[in-house]
Design a protein around this ligand. Structure first.
Ligand code: ZN
Length: 498
């Protein structure tokens, strides 16, 4: 087949898959945001049919023929076109190894497992969830076998972050853990001056109105996106129809705000990806580490900074005059940047957050290697929590049942959060070097220069580079721990030194 014709066919096909997958994204969003409680089983069936349909479309034999023709005629392709072909080949080869009925069964099991997990966490009942978790692990092992993966866990790490492996992650995480120790020791030795019940009774409507102003100022495009409420904040959908969620607690108003800023970072990345060749590597995110780097920059480096609060504090006080009457500016800033050992990862501060990830990373590997059995997971979790955080969870609900990932079969995803933190801090210093007085912009509520820089350097690169390649290209350095540790020291030690 002629190369240009094969490329045209492949591009049209990738666009169809992109549109179809986005429909699946809306089904998922709807399940999280709107689903009536009695419809879960029906939705599980729909999801199963849908994934089978998507799988069938993705693995049509003609796709393989187009890819063969394109690889044979590679000399006639531009560099970008080669990127498209390479990525499409990687995805196609993986999909084609999975039987359709396996994909459907796995999808149904995931939906069931999700609802079982919600119940188990609510009732603190690990035993009722254990069979579902076992199933999820069995599906993952079976998938790795279909793929002929040498190391099943490494296979899944690579799914979320192309090019990444435990060989790269191990030394990074070991170095990070060592680097965090003295920072955390200093912080924990200092007096915590922020009363835990500082914020009480923040009306949800006010919280939502305020954070909508913030995410609009960041650059979230409500013309092609929505912000709704869900139990677990996420950003899904598509660059042309972005669906973001957050959740509200009247007594923890900083949670909805930081979650919304985090998800906005994801959304800005998606909305900033080039739209020219939908579904191809030229319009897809580099990987989950790159994705998390974007969410973290907006949530943390921007959203926890003094310049951000300098601009937004008066507005915040206008919304919550009574609630903030006894809180001065310094207390507000310290509350935003409070560091404390907490059992729940999603509530964790920036300093302890990565220890929560290191805990999960170790456990996932042990589960895959059968060094830890599902039945022993609660105790193994608690032991690691003591070792890493010096904390024993009071229940499984605040221990091994707290996260949604495993019930949905998302093994190998957790490391991306910490890799994203590393990458985010590296990007942050690169942006500050490139853009003089960047933070002065934030003091005026202006984020255009930062967003423009991220668009130009990170978003527009799409999937042309893996996480390490992106780090080298944007910052001149490999993915490393130095920038994150520097950032944490600069932000937190002044707040916690005697
Ligand atoms: Zn995220």
């Amino acid at each position: 087949m002629e190369t240009r014709k094969a490329l045209g066919e492949l591009l049209a096909h990738q666009k169809r898959i992109d549109r179809l997958a986005a429909a699946g994204g809306i089904l998922f969003w709807d399940e999280q945001v709107n689903l009536p409680p009695g419809s879960a089983e029906f939705r599980a069936e729909q999801n199963a049919h849908f994934s089978e349909l998507l799988h069938r479309e993705s693995t049509l034999p003609e796709v393989g023929r187009w890819l063969d023709a394109l690889e044979a005629g590679q000399d006639a392709l531009s560099e970008d076109e080669c990127v498209i072909v390479k990525d499409a080949r990687r995805e196609y080869d993986r999909e084609v190894k999975l039987p359709g009925e396996f994909v459907a069964r796995r999808s149904k099991a995931r939906s069931e497992s999700f609802h079982a997990w919600v119940e188990a966490r609510r009732n603190n009942d690990f035993a009722s969830f254990a069979p579902h978790l076992q199933k999820a692990l069995d599906f993952a092992r079976q998938e790795a076998e279909y793929q002929g993966a040498e190391d099943p866990y490494d296979f899944f790490v690579d799914v979320y972050d192309p090019g990444m492996s435990t060989a790269v992650i191990d030394p990074l995480f070991a170095e990070l853990r060592e680097g965090l120790k003295p920072i955390l020791e200093t912080i924990l030795a200092a007096e915590d001056t922020i009363p835990p019940d500082l914020f009480r009774g923040f009306p949800v409507d006010g919280q939502e109105a305020f954070l909508r102003e913030v995410v609009t100022a960041f650059g979230f495009d409500f013309n092609v996106g929505r912000l709704d409420r869900a139990v677990h904040p996420f950003c899904g959908g598509h660059p042309l129809d972005t669906r973001m969620t957050t959740r509200y607690d009247p007594d923890n108003p900083l949670d909805s705000l930081s979650s919304a800023m985090h998800e906005t970072g994801h959304a800005l990345y998606e909305q900033g990806l080039p739209a020219e060749h939908p579904g191809t590597a030229l319009s897809r995110a580099a990987g989950m580490a790159a994705h998390e780097s974007q969410s973290r920059i907006w949530e943390n480096q921007v959203g926890r900074g003094r310049p951000f609060w300098k601009h937004w504090e008066p507005r915040y006080r206008a919304f919550f005059k009574e609630q903030l009457a006894g809180v001065d500016s310094d207390q507000l800033y310290r509350a935003v940047n409070r560091v404390a050992i907490t059992p729940i990862r999603v509530d964790a501060d920036e300093v302890t957050y990565n220890l929560h990830i290191i805990l999960r990373y170790g456990l996932e590997r042990d589960l895959f290697a059968a060094r830890v059995a599902i039945a022993d997971l609660p105790e193994a979790w608690n032991e690691r929590s003591r070792d890493l955080l010096g904390y024993t969870p009071e229940s499984d609900a605040e221990g091994c049942l707290q996260d949604v990932h495993w019930c949905e079969g998302m093994f190998g995803y957790f490391p991306s959060y910490t890799l994203g933190n590393l990458l985010g801090a590296q990007f942050w210093y690169a942006a500050k070097d490139a853009l003089p007085d960047l933070e002065a912009d934030f003091g005026r509520g202006d984020y255009k220069r930062l967003l423009g820089w991220l668009r130009e350097n990170v978003h527009s690169a799409a999937r042309r580079y893996d996480a390490n390649g992106l780090a080298r290209r944007v910052t001149g350095n490999q993915l490393g721990t130095e920038a994150l540790l520097r950032y944490l020291r600069e932000r937190y030690l002044p707040l916690y030194s005697a």
